[in-house]
Design a protein around this ligand. Structure first.
Ligand SMILES: Cc1cc2nc3c(=O)[nH]c(=O)nc-3n(C[C@H](O)[C@H](O)[C@H](O)COP(=O)(O)O)c2cc1C
Length: 257
């Protein structure tokens, strides 16, 4: 699976909430698990593991049932939520490119009896996946319900580059990201939330930023440049919280496989 395939998936992917409950053939599972085991983290210092669950192993308040789930278990430190978004979004795009349906599930948890802790790593979030009879791909980016670039960016001349980040999925489609800076260094910030909203979306929106960072990284790779990520606290626009800086350099040594 190439970066170009993942990049192209950004413009077609969508969430699916109705699945064919027949399990996928073993060879498909082997292939996707192999891809998952080669996923690239945002922060290599954070230990994590993926676990695969079946429908009986998951409890979800919403009636979304799927034959398979991929779960992220992670060390709870530093940027683990952004790291989670960055890693699992690689799976979301992989599924889309392989004609499999998927959906991020922030509300779902492992069922009773399925551990929340594994080898010292804590359950973070899961993605449902499988076959569906529904249409898996969008045919046009106008089908995405997203904010306009002018609402989420002040970077001059970066419209084409940021389109991939604009289209990223987010919890309840909150799109809490903001991009500032210039074409060499883009600052990615997150909307500050009031106490009530922070309880609901505080964690999810950090996962969302990781998703957007992965999309942006693919977009940088698409124009033949290299993205490097920095997390040292920096200024953010009013009403936003600093999350990361993406340095864009001329280097054909691609950071994202
Ligand atoms: C971190 C995260 C958590 C999500 N949790 C849920 C969920 O619990 N239930 C659900 O139906 N969709 C969930 N979604 C899917 C979003 O609602 C969806 O991505 C968004 O509305 C944009 O639609 P699209 O993915 O079809 O482009 C989640 C998405 C993300 C990124």
């Amino acid at each position: 699976m190439t970066n170009s395939q993942l990049y192209n998936a950004i413009f077609r992917r969508k969430s699916t909430r109705k699945y064919d409950m027949a399990p996928l053939p073993a060879d498909r599972l082997v292939k996707l698990k192999e891809f998952a085991s080669n996923a690239r983290p945002l922060d290599e210092s954070i230990r994590y593991e993926f676990a695969y669950l079946g429908s009986a192993d998951v409890r979800n308040l919403l009636p979304i049932k799927a034959p398979h789930y991929i779960c992220m278990y992670s060390e709870k430190k530093g940027n683990y939520l952004m790291n989670t978004g960055f890693l699992l979004q690689q799976m979301d795009l992989y599924f889309s490119d392989n004609n499999l349906a998927s959906c991020w599930l922030g509300m779902a948890k492992p069922a009773k009896g399925v551990p929340m802790l594994m080898n010292g790593l804590e359950f973070v979030i899961m993605l449902a996946f499988g076959n569906t009879t529904e249409i898996i791909h969008r045919t046009n980016t106008s089908e995405f319900k997203r904010k306009n670039l002018s609402e989420i960016s002040s970077v001059v001349g970066a419209d084409a580059l940021l389109e991939a980040a604009r289209l990223a999925p987010s919890a309840s489609n909150t799109q809490a990201w903001f991009f500032s800076g210039d074409l060499d260094v883009i600052t990615v910030s997150r909307k500050k939330l009031n106490l009530l909203k922070a309880q609901v979306y505080g964690k999810m929106n950090q996962i969302d930023i990781g998703i957007a960072l992965f999309h942006l990284g693919l977009s940088v790779d698409h124009i033949g440049k290299m993205a490097s990520y920095y997390f040292d606290e920096d200024v953010a626009p009013n009403g936003y919280e600093f999350m990361a800086k993406v340095k864009i350099s001329k280097n054909d040594l691609a950071r994202i496989r």
